[in-house]
Ligand binder design. Structure first.
Ligand SMILES: Nc1ncnc2c1ncn2[C@@H]1O[C@H](COP(=O)(O)OP(=O)(O)OP(=O)(O)O)[C@@H](O)[C@H]1O
Length: 320
């Protein structure tokens, strides 16, 4: 890897220029037709390749790679694979010392898109000569989420929403899809304690929510896309329970996530403490990986991880 833009070799980040990439390959992600191509590209570069054989292997393989001294680790798969690899690095206690790259071979590849990596071929070009940036990492208790956390109605269905639908109607696709698939959804009765950042007010949100979207690398407003992932803040959207007809009206007016409407709250926060106010657990999707909790703390570790980024990555996406 060539020296990165003011990252490698600087006081900001580790010098990984002498490292050889180790690649954690999920051969089953996406259409599962990438493994041969990735193996041969990796072999041509003499990279070490570790392949997942079942769910959760990305965590243990990344931990093993880190413990054997690797400091340049690529995750090949979709968002779930990136999530597992970053989780493994956190468990190995090396998150701050490793450079991570993503080779997109999943279904949605949302994180890859948000760091400007467009294809397997592009990813290997970046492995050869890409730039690194230190980005924020979302944390859900002790589990890192590089891309996003979704709770409630759309947590389970978000990973099943087709890419075509996502492109057409942005994040609202998740809500529509969730409603179609979950006729009997009971809104979450939650208290969300929100700690703002500099110039952002702290507050508490209490009530019946349909869903909670928390973006680290991913935006849930203004049509989606890449969030500012170096600002030390999470992008938060809370969708309050409402009659279906009203929701469709708000969405049809294309205001659903663009600005605050009666039933939608958008804010930025350093930390959220989410707690169920009844006996039920809340379903969370961390980068597409599901878990249930009565309460969960979401926060940010500012610029904790160096990630190889493509040319389309913007440090400040709102001021392009
Ligand atoms: N060999 C394997 N067999 C079965 N499941 C696996 C294997 N290796 C990894 N997994 C699991 O596959 C799941 C999905 O992977 P991933 O999210 O990377 O791909 P995807 O769902 O196709 O893409 P995306 O999340 O970007 O839409 C993860 O939960 C992971 O634990």
């Amino acid at each position: 890897m060539k020296g990165s833009d003011s990252i490698s070799g600087s006081a900001q980040g580790p010098d990984t220029s002498s490292d050889r990439w180790e690649l954690i390959l999920n051969p089953t992600s996406g259409d599962a037709d990438h493994a041969e191509d990735v193996r041969s590209r990796a072999a041509a570069r003499d990279y070490v390749v570790r392949e997942t054989a079942s769910e959760g292997d990305g965590i243990s393989l990344a931990k093993e790679a880190a413990e054997s001294g690797a400091r340049s680790i690529a995750a090949c798969g979709g968002d779930g694979t990136v999530h597992e690899v970053v989780y493994g690095l956190e468990r190995a206690g090396v998150l701050d010392d490793v450079t991570v790259a993503v080779v997109p071979a999943g279904t949605g590849n949302s994180f890859a898109g948000n760091v400007g990596v467009t294809s397997i071929e592009h990813a290997f070009e970046l492995l050869d000569a890409g730039d690194g940036r230190r980005i924020d990492v979302g944390m859900a208790d002790d589990e890192p989420f590089p891309n996003s956390c979704i709770a409630g109605l759309t947590a389970k269905t978000s990973s099943e929403t087709s890419s075509a639908l996502k492109d057409r109607v942005g994040t609202f696709a998740y809500v529509l899809n969730g409603l179609q698939q979950t006729a009997e959804f009971e809104p979450m009765d939650v208290e969300i304690e929100i700690r703002g950042g500099p110039n952002v007010e702290s507050t508490t949100w209490t009530g019946e929510a349909l869903c909670l979207f928390v973006g680290n690398a991913r935006r849930f407003v203004d049509g989606g896309g890449q969030a500012d992932v170096e600002d030390g803040l999470l992008d938060v959207t809370i969708v309050e329970d409402m009659p279906t007809a009203e929701m469709l009206t708000e969405a049809a007016a294309d205001q659903f996530f663009g600005r605050e409407t009666e039933h939608v709250t958008h804010l930025r926060a350093e930390r959220l403490d989410v707690a169920s106010r009844d006996d039920r657990e809340i379903e969370f999707s961390l980068d597409g990986e599901m878990s249930s909790h009565r309460q969960l703390s979401l926060r940010v570790r500012p610029r904790a991880l160096e990630v190889v980024v493509g040319e389309a990555y913007r440090p400040d996406p709102e001021n392009r």
